[in-house]
Design a binder for this molecule. Sequence first.
Ligand SMILES: [Zn+2]
Length: 112
Amino acid sequence: MKGTWTYLDIRKGDMVVVLSGKDKGAKGKVIRTIPSEHKVLVEGVNMVSKNLRPTQKMPQGRIAKLEAPILASKVMLVCPSCHQPTRVAHRLIAGGKSVRSCRKCDEMIDKA
Ligand SMILES: [Zn+2]
């Protein structure tokens, strides 16, 4: 499926909630989106341990916790207006611009 996804309803800075997996129910802010892989990087979600090479200061090396990207389909946007996880609707506004809106409360998610 790689390469078939190009569009994400989720953008950098959005709050999302995790729907499945070990971090189910966790909420976090989107740090980065990777549309080509249909993945997102979410603050504090899907933490993995990474061994860092030993340095002179730390001869034993070090284990760092880092976020790993997760599939965008495993997270759902949290609406900034009604604070509920929601699917995203798209709405055309004056000028032909498309903005995202909440399917639950109908408020716009993006600033027009
Ligand atoms: Zn809403």
